[in-house]
Design a binder for this molecule. Structure first.
Ligand code: AMP
Ligand code: GLY
Length: 422
């Protein structure tokens, strides 16, 4: 099988990594990929989606997998499908579940899928009235994509009103903030769950937990995610079934009803409040770094899973996972998440301990290659992944690998998976 992966992060590296080890896969392409994906396949520097689809036709690509949300909300899936290509991801219409928070919240309300109480509005007066009806903290969200920065948890009514005013005036997020959501604050623990969907059937992957804040103890600014682990013991079979029946299934039925059947990865940001899963948000792609720890847990060949998901055959697949745990620790560059950092050479020490070498690996993200060397070029640079029979063993192995990886300015959290280990 000839497979192309769209994207350039650690998420795409980790999908490529399992496909590289899959005997069904003969060729792997990354568009555009990063400085390390060339270890797995060929990087393709085509930005225009029509040209990329043409490349896929000419190179007889059997399956394209889309990593990030940008190409999905831009409609890359529609462009590929118009040419008869097989591609795994939602259509532009279905990608609105992530592209517009207003669309998502109204969808959840329409199909009675549990979510925080909210209003969506473009009018400051309505927003203020609803804010006055809530107790702080109060959550304010811009409608459109804001690179993960469009959510404000306001600690007072005044702070919530300032956030709303700045969004509605276009000051904080431009057009993305001209409609807002104001919603009640949910107090619980947060999970990431992923359903691979083919429009009618789905496979729910083991539950993961991300660590969004930069610093240990969930302090400091929000990031794209500083580490993750799975499966988490914070989800038992009862919660898992509730997520399937109350969230995923009605979402697939609802999207069929809306005329935009959902194909691709449905990423459900969940808050567990008193044992009940409440939908915080949907994304229409894998989480990063969650993908990096879920891919190595997959026992079913990834090519089969993604191909069947992309061709409406999930009902014929009996998916299997290794009975193991995975922990991923992100190493970020010095100025993350605020600014770029000076490129720094990455040095990975040789690992002599077989047990560590065999149960750990690196998923590369913000890296470039030059003269046979890898350089950290910013943001989240790489993820050190450890596997084990317990979360503790997987975490210890991941941190041992972290100790072998060096670049100037590297930063990482030292407490990934703490909620599962306390
Ligand atoms: P979102 O982009 O909607 O996932 O929001 C980003 C983060 O804000 C989430 O991962 C949560 O940690 C937090 N958040 C969003 N909505 C709420 C809410 N209603 N209550 C509590 N925390 C929230
Ligand atoms: N790790 C969270 C995300 O990918 O949005």
């Amino acid at each position: 099988m000839r497979i192309m992966i769209i994207g350039s992060g650690g998420r795409e590296f980790s999908i490529g990594r399992v496909l590289k080890n899959d005997p069904e896969v003969s060729n792997l392409y990354f568009a555009p990929g990063n400085g390390a994906t060339t270890m797995l396949g060929e990087n393709i520097a085509i930005k225009d989606y029509e040209e990329l689809a043409q490349f896929a036709v000419e190179n007889a690509i059997d399956l394209t997998i889309v990593g990030p949300e940008g190409p999905l909300t831009d409609g890359v899936v529609d462009i590929f499908k118009a040419r008869g290509l097989v591609i795994f991801g939602p259509s532009k219409a279905a990608a609105q579940l992530e592209g517009s928070k207003v669309y998502m919240k109204n969808f959840l309300a329409k199909y009675a899928i549990p979510t925080a109480r909210y209003i969506e509005t473009a009018h400051i007066g309505d927003a203020f009235k609803f804010i006055d009806s809530l107790t702080a903290p109060i959550v304010v969200k811009a409608d459109g994509l804001c690179g993960g920065k469009g959510v404000i948890i306001a600690m007072s009514h005044d702070e919530a009103k300032v956030a709303v005013s700045e969004m509605l005036s276009g000051k904080s997020f431009g057009d993305a903030g001209l409609r807002v959501i104001v919603e009640e604050f949910l107090d619980g623990y947060e999970l990431s769950m992923f359903a691979l969907c083919d429009g009618k059937d789905f496979i729910l992957l083991p539950a993961a937990q991300d660590h969004k804040r930069l610093l240990d103890g969930d302090e400091g600014p929000n990031t794209g995610g500083m580490g993750a682990y799975a499966p988490t013991p914070l989800v038992d079979d009862i919660i898992y079934e509730k997520v399937k029946e109350r969230i995923v299934r009605p979402t697939l039925l609802g999207m069929q009803e809306e005329g935009a059947p959902f194909e691709g990865v449905l990423f459900i940001g969940i808050m567990i409040v008193n044992g009940e899963p409440i939908t915080l948000e949907f994304n229409v792609r894998f989480g990063d770094p969650e993908c990096e720890i879920l891919m190595p847990l997959l026992k079913t060949p990834a090519s089969e899973l993604f191909y069947k998901a992309a061709t409406k055959q999930l009902d014929t697949l009996n998916v299997e996972f290794y009975e193991q745990f995975a922990v991923g620790v992100v190493m970020a560059s010095h100025n993350y998440p605020f600014d770029n950092s000076v490129p720094a050479e990455i040095v990975v020490d040789e690992i002599h301990h077989d047990e560590i070498a065999q149960n750990t690996h690196i998923s590369y993200a913000g890296v470039s290659a030059e003269d046979g060397k890898l350089y950290a070029t910013g943001g989240r640079v790489l993820v050190c992944v450890g596997l084990g029979d317990s979360i503790k063993q997987a975490r210890d192995r991941a941190y041992m690998l972290c100790g072998q990886v060096h670049f100037a300015g590297k930063k990482l959290r030292t407490d990934i998976a703490y909620q599962a280990l306390r």
